[in-house]
Design a protein. Structure first.
Length: 275
């Protein structure tokens, strides 16, 4: 079935009662067809069109419906046992993906050839581009979109944003370096070539200060391309006194000519700062 027809069917079924989703065979077949396409990378939750990221709400709807139509069952992998609704991705060798135990990837996520998954977790609806590294104990939330040649360091938490369905998920563009223990949630956008130092936390409401000019520029929800970012804080007055609130600070720009594999420390040394 063509993608446009799948979209029309999902939009039509979405308005029906949830109890119908799990009992109607036609709905089940359509939803599973959509998830298979997401699994194969034929479609994705967000697309970059005309210079802007656009969310495909109907695919998010299909993922939510998938949770309703799937039944809990025991999943056995050698000596390991799980009890869940969503199958686990397999056949990594055929797909050209290196997977180190105990990396777990849910079915309905797309992992490109050349990706390395250290012990980590990737949720349904997510997309990971070619030659990206997901390091130890990193988590990729449902529907998160990760570009090519991205390094997600150890312990990083990438949020997804399955709901609200109209919101974009967390998006990380190509050639980005995410330092250890960073947390990126609530649909933030990290544009290409950026470098985030360890422990940077960014939500949709986190203040981001560009301090590279005479006066700071405040933004939210987006790290512009080529940015070098570290964690910071700013003072805020409360009834009981002045306290410092976490923020993110853009301290410089990564040169476009810089080697795509430049390490975090090398990028920071360029700006006379090593964490």
């Amino acid at each position: 079935m063509k993608v446009n027809q799948l979209k029309l069917e999902i939009e039509n079924y979405w308005d029906k009662k949830k109890e119908v989703w799990s009992t109607n065979d036609s709905i089940r077949k359509i939803v599973i067809h959509v998830i298979d396409y997401v699994e194969q990378g034929s479609i994705r939750v967000s697309d970059f069109i005309n210079g802007k990221w656009r969310v495909n709400e109907w695919i998010k709807k299909a993922i939510i419906m998938y949770f309703y139509i799937k039944k809990m069952k025991t999943i056995e992998l050698g000596p390991f046992e799980f009890y869940d609704k969503i199958p686990i991705k397999n056949k990594f060798k055929e797909k050209g993906i290196r997977v180190v135990p105990h990396a777990v990837v849910r079915y309905g996520s797309y992992i490109s050839p050349g990706v390395i998954l250290m012990p980590s977790y990737v949720n349904i609806g997510s997309y990971i581009g070619k030659e990206t590294m997901i390091d130890t104990w990193a988590t990729i939330g449902s529907c998160a979109q990760i570009g090519k040649r991205v390094h997600i360091s150890g312990g990083v938490g990438i949020g997804g944003v399955l709901e609200p369905i109209q919101d974009n998920p967390v998006i990380i563009e190509d050639n980005v370096f995410i330092g250890s223990r960073c947390i990126l949630v609530e649909g933030v956008l990290i544009e290409k070539e950026s470098v985030l130092g360890a422990n940077v936390v960014i939500t949709s409401s986190t203040k981001i200060f560009d301090v590279t000019n005479q006066k700071p520029i405040e933004i939210k929800g987006i790290i512009p391309k080529y940015s070098v970012v570290i964690p910071g804080s700013y003072p805020k007055k409360f009834p009981s006194g002045i306290y410092h609130i976490p923020c993110a600070m853009i301290i410089g720009k990564r040169k476009e000519s810089t080697n795509k594999k430049t390490s975090l420390n090398e990028a920071l040394r360029t700006h006379h700062l090593v964490l």
